[in-house]
Design a protein around this ligand. Structure first.
Ligand code: UDX
Length: 440
């Protein structure tokens, strides 16, 4: 199949590359010439395990092209995916101006001679966006152009995006047009996964409802963690016990500092805003957000309670990315926490295996903290160690060496990575989330 993707951000680039990998002919379009040049040079602008090799391989095989020309993209693709940003606005609703602009650009490139085209919305958008895209394309296209509009939400996770795309657990698309449905089915033929075909509105809603539900699971376990702390129970055991019920499942029941990233915070806000605009105040999701925000505040008060004053305290922070296996710091709880500690005068040294540069660039931390090269140089001389991101490397740190290097014995583990007994055995006073304090 001939496919074009407009927008080579996270979703567009990984989706386009994986479509090429399964044999489709893919043209990726981006209006940023520097980005396109980087990609043409065989480099990728983001850190995502496995992606760079796949880009190189498929470019070499002639199945993956990059261009700045939307016209070329529309001409080359029987199916044109829109994968542009949908950033949040101050009131939580979604800014759809990029989608609207791309819809217009695609429309003017359509010709009656180019035949039937499918325009697919891949970006996460509010329900009813497909209808607006169809209206817009119709308004700006020349008479006689034939097209269908489809919603095809993406469920990939950063850090495992390639695998999520090549081996998805489900494929969902919404189409109100039989010709479009058939072309979409052909695109997804090489993938071994159940396919759910719905109407456009349901597909749009599935994305927001899925992400909100996952966020709800996280906030739920974090709320239960607070009860654990007050009662002496252990959240890890509780999560295991409830997760053994097939109807609940253990995944996304990891208590911690809460969710961050480019999706959950934005999507939950957007879903609240959309629901409200449709006449339903989604109070449950407002609670999910509140619990998530409070999680960080409560953690900081634990640190404050022990260190008494943060002014001039040397604090080592492990983790800057919003989660493991990524260099993405958008809405990173680690970065927010660091800024809060800095505001109280703490001296922070931080280490992250991948996110140092992005934290300097986008986290407003350059010149404000010290960036360490590894776990051990990070903890040297620290009075307290804070674990803020769930990188597996942190779970395997040599605790005896860490204790030797630190000047005091406090650990605040915001991701429950370390065994509380092992920490106490090495002489640490160990605080985590929803578990009893050890070594005090
Ligand atoms: C998410 C969805 O998982 C994915 O399906 C969607 O397409 C995009 O949004 P992503 O943002 O890459 O993916 O990260 P994810 O692995 O879902 O983690 C999100 C946040 O939740 C991270 O900050 C992580 O630390 C936190 N989290 C996750 C928890 O606190 N506890 C958990 O049990 C799981």
């Amino acid at each position: 199949m001939k496919i074009s993707i407009i927008g080579t951000g996270y979703v567009g680039l990984t989706t386009g590359t994986c479509f090429a990998e399964v044999g489709h002919e893919v043209t990726c379009v981006d209006n940023n010439p520097e980005k396109v040049q980087t990609l043409l040079d065989g480099k990728i602008p983001i850190y995502e395990p496995g992606l760079e090799d796949l880009v190189k391989k498929n470019v070499a095989a002639g199945r993956l092209k990059f261009t700045t020309s939307t016209e070329e993209g529309v001409e080359n693709g029987d199916v044109v995916f829109i994968a542009v940003p949908t950033p949040p606005q101050p009131d939580g609703s979604v800014d759809l101006s990029f989608i609207e602009k791309v819809a217009r650009e695609i429309a003017v490139c359509l010709t009656p001679q180019s035949g039937y085209k499918v325009i697919v919305d891949k970006s996460t958008v509010p329900v009813k966006t497909g209808e607006k895209v169809a209206e817009t394309v119709k308004r700006y296209a020349k008479p006689g152009c034939e097209f269908g509009v489809v919603s095809n939400p993406e469920f990939l996770r950063e850090g495992s995006a390639v695998d999520d795309l090549l081996n998805p657990d489900r494929i969902v698309f919404g189409s109100n047009d039989e010709r479009a449905t058939q072309l979409m089915q052909k695109i997804y033929e090489p993938f071994v996964a159940p396919v759910l075909v719905t109407d456009v509105e349901s597909a749009e809603l599935i994305k927001h409802a899925a992400n909100s539900f996952l966020a709800l699971k996280i906030s739920y376990i974090n709320a239960v963690g607070r009860i654990c702390e007050k009662s002496g129970a252990d959240i890890e055991k509780v999560a295991e016990g409830i997760g053994m019920d097939d109807r609940i499942g253990r995944k996304f029941l990891n208590a911690g500092l809460g969710y961050g990233g480019s999706c959950f915070p934005k999507d939950i806000k957007a879903f609240i805003a959309i629901s409200e605009s449709l006449g339903y105040p989604f109070d449950l999701l407002k609670q999910v957000e509140q619990i998530n925000d409070d999680q960080r505040t409560l953690f900081l008060s634990k640190i404050r309670e022990k260190l008494w004053v943060l002014q001039d305290k040397k604090i080592a922070v492990l983790g800057l990315a919003f989660k493991q296996n990524t260099d993405d710091v958008r809405e990173s709880v680690a970065i927010k926490l660091i800024h809060e500690m800095l505001a109280e005068g703490a001296q922070v040294t931080a280490y992250d295996p991948e996110a140092t540069e992005t934290a300097k660039k986008f986290g407003n931390l350059d010149g404000k903290i010290t960036f360490a090269e590894d776990v051990y140089s990070c903890v040297e001389g620290a009075e307290a160690l804070v674990i803020a991101t769930e990188w597996p490397e942190f779970a395997h740190a040599d605790l005896a060496k860490v204790r030797e290097l630190m000047s005091a014995n406090l650990i605040f583990d915001g991701r429950n990575l370390i065994d509380p007994v092992a920490a106490a055995n090495q002489g640490f006073e160990y605080h985590s989330i929803g578990r009893p304090v050890t070594g005090a």
